[in-house]
Design a binder for this molecule. Structure first.
Ligand code: SAM
Length: 351
C-alpha cells in the first residue's frame, strides 16, 4: 500500500474559498482517493515539539515514517496507518454497526438526514462514507492528519469530502455543522477542551456532538475473574504512564459530563454499553460481536503500544511484543470477558 505524494495544485488564495468548506482547488492528491483539502499546520519532531505555522505543503507530514515494522503518518501520533490498522478499523466499524443495531450514531437524526456533518479523525473513512451513502442529501466533511490510501474514500461519493486537517489547529470552516462526530480518538489530542470549544463554535444552534471511545488503555476491559498481577494490568499502566509523559492522555476524562457542560453544551448524555470480548456468548449475534471485538483487541495491542512504549526509552521493541503476546494469551483464554464502550452526546443550545 503506497501513501500518495501530495502534489501542489496551485497557490492557495483565501478569498477563492470564502464561504466554502470544500477546498478542492488548494491541493490535490494524484487520485486513488478523494482527499481534497489541506489545513494542517503542525510539524512533528521527535514526539515532543509541536509548532504552529501558516499552512503550506511542507508543514504537512505526509511522508510516512516506518518504525519497528509499522507505518505512521507522522512522528507523534501513536497509532500506525498501515494496512493491518486499516483492516482493524474496518472490523471495529462493523462491530459498532452490530452494537448499534445497524445505526451509525446514537444522536437523534431527522428522517432526511443530519444536514452538515463533520467526522473528526475519520481514519479510512468507513463511518463518513456510510453516512454519505445513507443520507445522500447530507454533506459530510471527513478530516484526518493521515491518509489511508485505498480505504472506502476511493468510492468517491460526491457528498463526502476528505480533508487533511489537524483538529488541534484553528478550525476554519465557514458554515456550521449539524453533527460533529469523534470516534476512537483517545490519545489523539493534548487538549480535549480546546477541541470541544472549537466544536461548540462550529455547531449550529441545536447541533450535536457525539464522542465514542473504546480504548482498552482507559480501563474499560472487565474480567470475569480479575487478576491484579495480570499482564493486561502491566500493559494498561505502562500505556497510561507513556501517554501521560508524552502529553497525550489516555484516560476517560474527556468523556465527562462536567467538561462538556462547562463549555456550554446542554442535554449531555453519557451511555456505557457492554460488549463481549471473545466467542463465549450463547446468543449468535453477541457471539459474532464478541469474536469481532476480540480480533480487534488482539490486533490493537501492538498497534497501540509499540510507539508510545518504545518512545519512553524504557521499552525495547522485543519487550513490547513479548508483553503483547502475553496479554493476547490472557485475552484469548479468558471466559466472560467484556469491554465497555462509552457514547457521549451533547447539544449546542438553541439561541
Ligand atoms: C483510532 S483511529 C479512528 C478512526 C475513525 N474515527 C474510526 O472510528 O474508524 C484515530 C484517527 O485519528 C486521527 N488523528 C489523530 N490525531 C489527530 C488530530 N490531531 N487531528 C485529526 N485527526 C487525528 C488518526 O490519524 C487516526 O486516523
Amino acid at each position: 500500500m503506497v501513501q500518495p505524494d501530495l502534489v501542489p495544485h496551485g497557490e492557495k488564495v483565501e478569498d477563492e474559498h470564502e464561504g466554502s468548506d470544500v477546498v478542492d482547488s488548494m491541493w490535490e492528491y494524484p487520485l486513488k482517493n478523494n482527499y481534497v483539502g489541506v489545513n494542517c499546520r503542525r510539524t512533528m519532531t521527535n514526539a515532543t515539539t509541536i509548532t504552529s505555522r501558516t499552512s503550506s505543503p511542507s508543514d504537512i507530514a505526509l511522508q510516512p515514517i516506518h518504525e519497528n515494522g509499522r507505518r505512521y503518518c507522522n512522528e507523534i501520533y501513536f497509532m500506525p496507518n498501515d494496512e493491518p490498522e486499516q483492516t482493524r478499523l474496518s472490523i471495529v466499524h462493523q462491530a459498532f454497526l452490530i452494537l448499534l443495531d445497524g445505526e451509525l450514531t446514537t444522536v437523534p437524526l431527522p428522517p432526511e438526514g443530519p444536514g452538515r456533518v463533520l467526522d473528526i479523525g475519520t481514519g479510512p473513512g468507513d463511518w463518513a462514507v456510510e453516512m454519505g451513502q445513507r443520507y445522500p442529501n447530507s454533506e459530510i466533511i471527513a478530516t484526518d492528519i493521515s491518509v489511508f490510501d485505498g480505504g472506502p474514500a476511493i468510492i468517491g461519493l460526491p457528498s463526502v469530502h476528505f480533508q487533511l486537517d489537524d483538529a488541534e489547529d484553528d478550525w476554519t470552516y465557514h458554515t456550521p455543522f449539524d453533527l460533529i462526530h469523534f470516534r476512537g480518538l483517545s490519545g489523539a489530542f493534548r487538549d480535549w477542551r480546546g477541541v470541544y470549544e472549537q466544536a461548540f463554535k462550529h455547531l449550529k444552534p441545536g447541533g450535536y456532538i457525539e464522542v465514542v471511545e473504546s480504548d482498552p488503555a482507559a480501563d474499560i476491559v472487565t474480567w470475569a475473574n480479575p487478576n491484579p498481577d495480570s499482564y493486561h494490568d502491566i500493559y494498561v499502566s505502562a500505556m497510561r504512564n507513556a501517554a501521560d509523559s508524552l502529553g497525550y492522555p489516555r484516560s476517560r476524562e474527556h468523556l465527562s459530563r462536567s467538561l462538556l457542560t462547562s463549555i456550554g453544551f446542554v442535554d449531555v448524555t453519557v451511555q456505557d454499553m457492554t460488549v463481549p470480548v471473545g466467542a463465549w456468548p450463547q446468543d449468535d449475534r453477541q457471539r459474532t460481536l464478541g469474536k469481532m471485538v476480540l480480533i480487534a483487541c488482539l490486533e490493537s495491542l501492538e498497534a497501540r503500544s509499540l510507539r508510545p512504549l518504545t518512545a519512553t526509552g524504557r521499552w525495547k521493541k522485543d519487550d513490547v511484543q513479548d508483553l503483547c503476546e502475553k496479554v493476547k494469551q490472557e485475552l484469548m483464554t479468558s471466559e466472560g470477558l467484556t469491554m465497555s464502550v462509552r457514547f457521549v452526546t451533547a447539544r449546542k443550545p438553541e439561541i
